[in-house]
Design a protein around this ligand. Structure first.
Ligand code: C5P
Length: 234
């Protein structure tokens, strides 16, 4: 094991320096780890959901760390050096944006836009500006432009496919990593832990907000997302 995070463990593969195995855990955390629980089967569901989504992206020609899924909890991925930025893209107002700007949740944004958060547990992953990112030295303006363009493209593909499943993508968080060859590719997971998914017709929340806000039915919602997206042809 080379890394253990809140929701995943990463293992080296003997004799394969360019790939690692990501194991999806059942731990659920929110509010920078202040709220914690173990939700039985969450890792299995998030891995299955991420697999469907990474396959969609592959078909759309979007590079990611995904190679293949090995078991119900293990994904083989390309080894990358993670850029310490959380790239959040928003289609509708929700969560911290609603709170920060005092705008009601659900308001549709004219254009999807990107926000940057500095990945740092001690600081609680703060929102940062491009100037802050330059001061931190974590990415050049060229890298930010590339991350933003990739995030917009990924958002488009996800929205179109999710729409076919009766799911609206409200917002999403992406992480990117640098390969040995120096290309930036999508990494981490894409799941109800890292996206807001609303039922298109009823706007029912089918994501981690059910855990954050004690709405109940967390695993049922994740199961429902998997059930709906499984049949979608990209
Ligand atoms: O909380 P906030 O509204 O900023 O979250 C925006 C999006 O980023 C949500 O989909 C949320 O699930 C995701 N997110 C995440 N990891 C974090 C913070 C937010 O996946 N540490």
């Amino acid at each position: 094991m080379i890394y253990e995070g809140k929701a995943k463990r990463v293992y080296e593969v003997v004799g394969q320096p360019e790939s690692v195995i990501v194991v999806y855990k059942d731990d659920a955390t929110a509010f920078n780890g202040a709220k914690h629980a173990s939700l039985e089967g969450k890792g299995v569901l998030n891995l299955a959901i991420s697999t469907v989504i990474f396959e969609w992206l592959k078909q759309a020609g979007i590079a990611s760390h995904y190679i293949r899924t090995l078991s119900d909890r293990e994904m083989l991925v390309r080894r990358v050096e993670i850029v310490p930025l959380e790239v959040v893209i928003r289609n509708r107002v929700a969560g911290s944006l609603a709170k920060r700007l005092g705008i009601a949740e659900g308001v549709t944004l004219t254009e999807p836009f990107v926000e940057w958060y500095y990945k740092n547990d001690d600081l609680g992953d703060p929102l940062v500006t491009e100037a802050h990112i330059r001061v931190l030295g974590v990415a050049t303006p060229e890298i930010l432009a590339s991350l933003e363009a990739q995030a917009q493209k990924i958002n488009q593909v996800l929205r179109a496919n999710l729409h076919k499943a009766g799911i609206e993508l409200v917002d999403a968080k992406f992480e990117f990593g640098l390969t040995k060859e120096g290309t930036l590719i999508l990494a981490d997971e894409i799941s109800p832990d890292t996206c807001r998914f609303w039922d298109t017709a009823t706007e029912e929340k089918l994501d981690k907000d059910r855990f954050r806000r004690d709405l109940g039915g967390v695993m049922e919602a994740y199961q429902e997302i998997l059930r709906r997206i499984k049949g979608v042809q990209a």
